[in-house]
Design a protein around this ligand. Structure first.
Ligand SMILES: NC(=O)c1ccc[n+]([C@@H]2O[C@H](COP(=O)([O-])OP(=O)(O)OC[C@H]3O[C@@H](n4cnc5c(N)ncnc54)[C@H](O)[C@@H]3O)[C@@H](O)[C@H]2O)c1
Length: 263
């Protein structure tokens, strides 16, 4: 990827202290943008961003945010604006997983999943949208999932949030109209991150599989490429969506899944 295609842009990545968000933040930074990593875990966000090798006047900051809390989201956006400048690229990535059958799925956990992965991205979009439209350039990238396209057993809250954010993506794209702002969703398949590794035990229990069979029997058997994806593969695509070359792509929900889902 060319190293300066996002030079001067300001990117804000939620949940950027780990996994996919970290890989996206790093790739956006390598492409020349200033980057704010916002995460509920500030220590991990600070440690992550320290690792990015800065060039010239390029800037990188860590911010704390709880994506289930409206005032925390608004503070994150204004802290980013105050320290780096108006947000050009918003990546709504923060998320978590909870695996349980519907009969025992705690309603408060269902609500939290919706808050962090659907209401939070809506509030963040609302906070940056008008300025993006005024400046006639902006990129909103929502991290959905292949679970935004298909139902997966034992993931009622997660699938509901990830389906919902595809709807939000489409409305945002339509409302952006000809303003120069695009909004797209990336739908990853299984990516090798803590979110996937940490759900293996619960998936094993739910599917009644021994721990050493969960990855192959509950996950990779559905994936033509038979592998977990590397988070950097999602990061590279996010850089493309953020670039001028992707100006005509909007309202889309694009799978990066090793062939798992094809619609
Ligand atoms: N790993 C996968 O296979 C996969 C597949 C599809 C979609 N996704 C999505 O990608 C995104 C990132 O997941 P990941 O796999 O990198 O997970 P991860 O656990 O490695 O990273 C998630 C990050 O979000 C942060 N976070 C969680 N709750 C938060 C909150 N309330 N406020 C702010 N930050 C919060 C965590 O601290 C963590 O740093 C999520 O939205 C996830 O649903 C992941």
């Amino acid at each position: 990827m060319k190293t300066d295609i996002l030079q001067g842009r300001v990117a804000l990545v939620t949940g950027g202290a780990s996994g996919i968000g970290l890989a996206i933040a790093r790739k956006l930074f390598e492409a020349g943008s200033h980057v704010a990593i916002a995460d509920v875990n500030l220590d991990r966000a600070e440690a992550a961003i320290r690792d990015f090798p800065a060039r010239d006047a390029q800037q990188k900051i860590a911010l704390q945010v709880d994506m289930s809390d409206t005032s925390s989201i608004l503070q994150m956006v204004s802290a980013c604006e105050g320290r780096l400048g108006t947000v050009d690229i918003l990546v709504n990535n923060a998320g978590f997983q909870h695996v349980a059958p519907i009969e025992t799925f705690p309603p408060e956990t269902f609500r939290k999943l919706i808050d962090v992965m659907l209401v939070g991205p809506f509030v963040a979009t609302q906070a940056v949208f008008a300025k993006m439209k005024q400046r006639r350039w902006g990129r909103i990238i929502n991290i959905s999932s292949i679970n935004g396209k298909i139902g997966a057993p034992f993931k009622a809250g997660y699938c509901s949030a990830k389906h919902g954010i595809i709807g939000l993506t489409r409305v945002t794209a339509v409302e952006a109209g000809d303003s120069g702002v695009t909004c797209n969703a990336i739908c990853p398949g299984f990516v090798d991150t803590p979110l996937v590794r940490n759900q293996l035990a619960d998936l094993g229990a739910a599917y009644q599989l021994p721990p050493d069979r969960v990855l192959d029997d509950a996950i990779l058997q559905h994936v033509p490429q038979k592998r977990l994806l590397d988070a950097a593969e999602i990061g590279d695509f996010a850089v493309f969506l953020a670039s001028d070359a992707a100006a005509a792509i909007t309202g889309q929900s694009i799978n990066i899944s090793g062939g798992y889902v094809m619609h």
